[in-house]
Design a binder for this molecule. Structure first.
Ligand SMILES: *Cc1c(COP(=O)(O)O)cnc(C)c1O
Length: 390
């Protein structure tokens, strides 16, 4: 079956008692066993059947299976949020005295997790320019537990060379971990680019219109103990498994993901081209534009599409706020890849708590507005922006 057919037709692991066409929402905490030995097998992980919904649930397992079918990954673990997927991955990979090599161009809470939370436990984060391979080589040492990156950074839109980074991680026998939230796994295969562990905030494209929070750890099986550690240590001890209700909504979202993404990424490209004609906009940053410095590497790695997030720069922070206040159609909201288009001023919101020095180091400008492009007609989006600028 082709990918889109799999997204619709993955089979349930066992036959539903009533022949339900959608996977039922198993709102249950625990499961009954026929005898003591099968209970022991489940609890000791010898047989993968649900025993308790902190660790396994049929509705969540069905979403995990669908993502496994589509990506070809060895294992997929669904968690309560993108941050749960990221934090559990680091908790599984690192320990006191280890270091993580990454970029300062990170989702704000991932930066906070590394510096504030993991920093308190003696995990060092080494920030570097991941587009400078020689610099990365210098920083990776015997105590490095992984190289971590976002495939298109938000909001700087930087794209590092995944294959070049994976040569470094392979040489050190450590995983290359990538947050691929910005381009869905239906559009490109991260494993073919050398990514060992892929992380997705399924709150975004996958949830199908911002219905629910979720995160996925997509493990390509190059580090055999990793997925077992997530399932048999992290889910047990930390407890951030996805809820069945969220899994149900995200399964529906997954069925239409590639169809919605095709429209949203096309809308983003069309809008980016139109926005370049407006003099009030000083810069349009979208890797899908031919003159973007990362256009070529993005095409090589991700194929034809470049996601549905773009940024525009206006002449001042004041102009940004006026613009945001004037929008009528585009919503003033955070989040990405809702069916509705969204606008936010990252410097005063997501990065508001950061110091000016930190913002400068992260290349967060107070003249930037981030747009997430939805499923509306591009003409209406363009009109809203043009009118708000004037
Ligand atoms: C939203 C987002 C996250 C965090 O995901 P949540 O589901 O909000 O916890 C992480 N990385 C990127 C790139 C994101 O856009």
């Amino acid at each position: 079956m082709k990918q889109q057919t799999k997204a619709i037709h993955s089979k349930f692991p066992s036959k539903d008692a009533y022949g339900s066409l959608s996977m039922p929402v198993y709102h249950t905490a625990a499961y009954e066993f026929d005898d003591a030995d099968s209970m022991s097998d489940a609890f000791c992980g010898r047989v993968l059947v649900p025993d308790y919904s902190r660790v396994m649930n049929p509705t969540v397992m069905f979403l995990e299976q669908k993502v496994r079918d589509i990506t070809g990954a060895k294992d997929v673990i669904a968690l309560t949020s993108g941050m749960a997927a990221i934090s559990n991955t680091f908790l599984a990979l690192t320990s006191t005295g280890k270091n993580i090599v990454t970029s300062r161009h990170l989702f704000g809470n991932t930066f906070g997790l590394l510096v504030n939370t993991l920093g308190r436990f003696g995990v060092e984060t080494r920030f570097t320019d991941l587009t400078n391979i020689e610099e990365v080589k210098k920083l990776v040492d015997d105590n490095t537990c992984c190289v971590y990156l976002e495939i298109i950074t938000n909001p700087q839109m930087e794209v590092a060379n995944l294959k070049a980074l994976s040569e470094i991680t392979k040489a050190h026998n450590i995983p290359l971990v990538a947050d691929t939230t910005i381009i869905p796994f239906t559009a490109f295969n991260a494993s073919n680019q050398g990514v060992d562990i892929e992380i997705v905030s399924s709150t975004k494209y996958l949830s199908g219109g911002a219905t629910s929070l979720g995160g996925l750890i997509i493990d390509y099986g190059n580090f055999p103990e990793f997925n077992r550690r997530i399932r048999f240590e992290m889910l047990f001890n930390i407890g951030a498994y996805m809820t069945p209700h969220a899994a149900y909504m995200q399964t529906l979202g997954l069925e239409t993901l590639s169809v919605r993404y095709a429209v949203q990424s096309k809308n983003a490209l069309e809008l980016a081209r139109k926005l370049k004609t407006l003099p009030a906009i000083k810069r349009v940053n979208y890797v899908g534009l031919e003159d973007n410095p990362y256009h070529e590497i993005a095409c090589q790695q991700f194929g034809e599409t470049a996601g549905a997030m773009l940024t525009i720069d206006l002449e001042s922070e004041e102009a940004c706020k006026k613009f945001i206040n004037s929008l009528k159609l585009i919503k003033r909201a955070t989040n990405l890849f809702d069916n509705k288009s969204l606008a936010i001023h990252p410097s005063s919101t997501i990065f508001g708590p950061f110091s000016d020095k930190q913002k400068a180091e992260m290349d967060i400008l107070d003249t930037t507005i981030r747009l997430s492009i939805g499923l509306e007609d591009v003409d209406d989006l363009f009109d809203d922006i043009k009118r708000s600028l004037s």
